[in-house]
Design a protein around this ligand. Structure first.
Ligand SMILES: [Zn+2]
Ligand SMILES: [Zn+2]
Length: 271
C-alpha cells in the first residue's frame, strides 16, 4: 500500500489545483491513501499570513473541499484524510489561536513544521544570539526537540529544512550530530513520527528531507516514519517515491505510517 500524507490546497495561496485534482493524480500513480495538510491559520503576521496560509474563517471551506475530494476518492479507490500542517515555535504565548484550532477540530493527522525563514523565527535567532550558521542550526534542532515534547504533533515534517531557504549557507548534519540525535531521541521517547519529505528533490538541496546521514541515525535509533510529497500542485503527489522507498529499505526501515483520527497505522514497506 502506497500513501502520501503531506499535500496542500489552493486555500494557502501558494498551491495550485483543487483537492480533487490531487486525488485524481494519486489514483493515476496508484496511491491508495492521501492526507491533506494545508497550512494552519496563525494570527501573527510574522508567520507569513498572506499567501502562505488560509485565514481561520476559511477552515469550514477547507473541510468542505477535502470532503468533496473524499467523494472523488471513493470513486477512484483512494482514501482521503484531513490533516493540517501546524507550526512549531518556541514561544508558547503566540500559539493560542493554533491550539484552539487544533483542539476544536478533529484532524486525522497533525504535522509539525518549523519554518525557519519566517520573520518571527529570524527574530528568535537574533534574540538568542545565534549569529553563526553553526549556532543557528543548533538552535533550530533544539527548538525542534522542544516542539516534539509539546505533544501537539503526530509527525515532524521536513526535519532538516534549515539547510535550504537561506537562513544558513552551510549545513553539514555530522557537525550537529548531538543535537540532531537529541531531536530524534525526543521523537522516539514521545512515540511520534518523523516525516520523510520528498519535496527536497525539487529544491536547491536536491535531496530527500532529512539527509540520508540523518536517516542512518534515525534507523539505528528506531524512529517511526510518515511520508509525504509536500505537494503544492497535483502532479507532484507521490513524487520521487521510486527513489526514496528503496533508499528507506536500504537504510533498514521496515514500515511507514499514516494516521486516521489521530491513530497511527503501520504499513510494511514491502507492500
Ligand atoms: Zn506551503
Ligand atoms: Zn507543507
Amino acid at each position: 500500500m502506497i500513501f502520501d500524507c503531506h499535500m496542500h490546497t489552493g486555500l494557502c495561496g501558494h498551491a495550485q489545483g483543487t483537492p480533487s485534482d490531487y486525488v485524481e493524480w494519486a489514483a493515476r500513480k496508484r496511491l491508495q491513501l492521501v492526507t491533506f495538510t494545508c497550512h494552519i491559520p496563525m494570527d501573527m503576521g510574522g508567520f507569513g499570513n498572506y499567501g502562505i496560509r488560509m485565514k481561520e474563517m476559511q477552515l469550514p471551506q477547507y473541510f468542505q473541499i477535502v470532503d468533496k475530494a473524499r467523494k472523488t476518492g471513493d470513486k477512484l479507490g483512494v482514501e482521503v484524510l484531513c490533516g493540517i500542517e501546524a507550526e512549531i515555535f518556541p514561544d508558547e504565548r503566540i500559539m493560542a489561536l493554533m491550539d484552539r484550532i487544533l483542539q476544536g477540530n478533529d484532524f486525522d493527522f497533525i504535522l509539525g513544521s518549523l519554518h525557519h525563514f519566517t520573520s518571527l523565527y529570524k527574530e528568535r535567532l537574533r534574540l538568542v544570539g545565534a549569529g553563526t550558521d553553526f549556532e543557528k542550526v543548533e538552535t533550530y534542532f533544539q527548538d525542534l526537540a522542544t516542539g516534539v515534547h509539546s505533544g501537539r504533533y503526530h509527525s515532524i515534517s521536513h526535519p532538516d529544512v534549515i539547510r535550504i531557504y537561506g537562513t544558513v549557507s552551510h549545513f553539514d548534519p555530522k557537525e550537529h550530530e548531538e543535537s540532531i540525535r537529541n531531536f530524534l531521541q525526543a521523537v522516539v521517547d514521545t512515540d511520534i513520527c518523523m516525516e520523510i519529505n520528498t519535496s527536497g528533490f525539487i529544491k536547491e538541496c536536491a535531496q530527500v528531507h532529512p539527509d540520508p546521514v540523518i536517516l542512518d541515525w534515525a534507523s539505528e535509533m528506531g524512529v517511526n516514519l510518515t511520508i509525504g510529497s509536500d505537494s503544492h500542485n497535483p502532479q507532484s503527489v507521490g513524487q520521487f517515491y521510486e527513489i526514496v522507498l528503496p533508499l528507506l529499505k536500504e537504510k533498514g526501515f521496515t514500515h511507514l505510517h499514516y494516521h486516521r483520527g489521530g491513530k497511527r497505522i503501520a504499513v510494511p514497506l514491502e507492500s
